[in-house]
Design a protein around this ligand. Structure first.
Ligand SMILES: *[C@@H]1O[C@H](CO)[C@@H](O)[C@H](O)[C@H]1NC(C)=O
Ligand SMILES: *[C@@H]1O[C@H](CO)[C@@H](O)[C@H](O)[C@H]1NC(C)=O
Ligand SMILES: *[C@@H]1O[C@H](CO)[C@@H](O)[C@H](O)[C@H]1NC(C)=O
Ligand SMILES: *[C@@H]1O[C@H](CO)[C@@H](O)[C@H](O)[C@H]1NC(C)=O
Ligand SMILES: *[C@@H]1O[C@H](CO)[C@@H](O)[C@H](O)[C@H]1NC(C)=O
Ligand SMILES: *[C@@H]1O[C@H](CO)[C@@H](O)[C@H](O)[C@H]1NC(C)=O
Ligand SMILES: *[C@@H]1O[C@H](CO)[C@@H](O)[C@H](O)[C@H]1NC(C)=O
Length: 453
């Protein structure tokens, strides 16, 4: 094959791959057990997922954080100005509207103004870039991946000139005459600390040279200042007390950070607190999550809170607290909530939000009658074993798709990359760098970032 033909073929196959999996590059949250990754005992059906991880690592690196100001800030996403009571006789400028008009909530409707200041988007990009680059380092051993993780963590949390102040006093601010202060819902903006901690634990546990003691100590120091804020500020405590997904995600964040600073006993106690309080009331006898169903987009909110519950259970498992079989006041488990959610018609909502919880639950509780694998085949199609999370949510059947597709691909072993090698010969690492343009275009078109309140 000529070089240009081969490039074209690569570009086309990447286009197909990214089109089928990109809607899930940013899982609502995740905690990946670093020991499982570092043991590298992967099933051979996960080769497609491993390739995807290497691709996402590079793709997300192109969105590296700028982090050029200390105060983290974001606007509340569902709040809109209501200028009807202001008494103005001419049109107001946007700047006048922001301070003069009272803001009212329209649940589920994003005010596009909120993205003028995009700290929340940057944080999410960074969390994903850290997770996938740490995983890519574990798979491939390339220094470039580990260096990126160290750089991102350093820029956001450690570097004197760019670090974020260790509080969320200005997150999800409401505007209008009484606003300009953070609100408790803003705590949700940093829920993906669980992804960041997963990535850091992989580099720390794998003793990556690029993960220096200076960055490790700097991030630990930052966290030791942030945890007291997270456990005492009035808005942080209000978020902790939220009965719905906000409360669930609060625990994701705190438990992950306690693990990061080595407070295993504290993490265990915190995760137990979640399962003894909020969790008890979150799943009805029929498996519905009434607090999420009450929202404007129930098909979105059910998997959203499920992911947060699953993340808490995974964090618990890591510190020796088993929550998978714990029942709510109505006798139900996480599995019951998933079964209820997958039985619902998605309507206009995106069914791919269910894929991560389906595979995670199938892996954890088992899938003896193949019901969860059949759901994935029917709704996600033959691409589902190429989703990144298929690597760590195992065992889960690939429904024969990986073998069926093996013809024509060059991978046959357990791992895609080669430890210690900077560019793989024919693995996804090399392919990915050459085709970033295509991936980037598809990513932009797909509008992958899913933000939520
Ligand atoms: C007052 O300002 C708002 C926002 O610009 C505008 O929608 C509205 O029409 C203005 N009222 C009058 C009477 O011009
Ligand atoms: C904003 O929050 C801070 C800290 O809780 C408080 O001191 C201040 O009074 C608040 N400002 C407004 C305008 O509510
Ligand atoms: C971390 O905190 C310790 C104790 O306050 C301090 O001595 C050290 O310089 C800090 N390290 C970094 C990298 O910030
Ligand atoms: C759980 O069961 C109790 C009755 O035992 C009922 O009052 C409550 O509404 C149920 N809660 C949920 C979330 O279904
Ligand atoms: C949950 O309970 C079942 C049935 O007792 C058991 O087989 C399974 O191992 C338990 N799962 C976990 C994760 O503890
Ligand atoms: C396997 O091939 C089918 C049919 O070409 C395709 O739809 C699917 O995405 C492929 N799956 C993987 C995991 O590559
Ligand atoms: C994985 O290994 C098993 C057992 O050696 C083999 O039967 C199967 O074909 C392999 N699958 C792939 C996708 O390589």
């Amino acid at each position: 094959m000529s070089p240009s033909m081969s490039l074209l073929r690569t570009a086309l196959s990447l286009l197909a791959l990214s089109a089928r999996v990109l809607s899930t590059t940013s899982y609502a949250n995740e905690f990946v057990d670093p020991d499982l990754i570092l043991a590298k005992n992967f099933r051979n059906t996960t080769v497609e997922a491993q390739k995807t991880i290497l691709q996402w690592a590079d793709e997300l690196a192109a969105k590296a954080p700028s982090g050029n100001k200390h105060d983290y800030m974001s606007w509340a996403p569902y709040w809109w100005p209501d200028c009807s009571s202001v008494g103005n006789t001419t049109e107001l400028t946007p700047q006048q509207i922001w301070v003069a008009c009272p803001y009212v909530v329209k649940d589920g409707q994003f005010n596009p103004d909120g993205r003028l200041v995009n700290d929340v988007g940057e944080f999410e990009d960074m969390a994903n870039a850290i997770l996938y680059n740490a995983l890519a380092w574990a798979l491939d051993g390339s220094s470039v991946y580990a260096s990126r993780v160290a750089k991102y963590v350093s820029t956001w949390f450690v570097d004197e000139t760019t670090y974020m102040a260790p509080n969320l006093n200005y997150a999800q601010m409401e505007r209008g005459p009484k606003g300009q202060n953070g609100t408790h819902t803003g705590l949700l903006d940093l829920k993906c600390m669980a992804k960041i901690v997963s990535g850091v634990l992989i580099l720390r546990g794998g003793k990556a040279r690029e993960w220096t003691s200076e960055v490790d100590t700097g991030f630990t120091n930052w966290t030791k200042e942030y945890i007291p804020w997270l456990t005492s500020a009035p808005i942080a405590l209000a978020e902790k007390a939220a009965a719905n997904n906000h409360g669930t995600f609060y625990y994701n964040q705190l438990v992950a950070l306690q693990i990061l600073v080595g407070d295993t006993a504290g993490a265990k106690q915190t995760v137990a607190e979640y399962f003894m309080t909020q969790y008890k009331g979150q799943i009805a006898a029929n498996g519905d999550q009434p607090l999420e169903t009450a929202r404007t987009r129930p098909f979105h909110y059910r998997p959203y809170n499920l992911v947060a519950m699953i993340t808490n259970a995974k964090l618990g498992q890591y510190v020796g607290y088993s929550a998978w079989n714990l029942t709510t006041s109505n006798g139900t488990t996480i599995k019951d909530a998933l079964e209820y959610a997958i039985a619902k018609d998605p309507g206009q909502e995106d069914p791919s939000e269910l894929w991560q919880p389906v595979v995670a639950v199938g892996a954890m509780y088992g899938d003896p009658d193949g019901k969860f694998a059949a759901f994935m085949s029917a709704h996600a199609g033959g691409a589902y074993p190429a989703d990144a999370q298929f690597l760590w949510n195992q065992p889960f059947s690939d429904s024969g798709f990986v073998k069926a597709n093996a013809t024509g691909t060059s991978t046959s072993g357990n791992n895609v990359g080669n430890k210690g090698q900077t560019g793989s010969k024919n693995g996804a690492g090399a392919v990915c760098v050459g085709s970033l343009g295509v991936l980037g275009m598809v990513a932009a078109a797909a509008g992958v970032l899913l933000l939520s309140l």
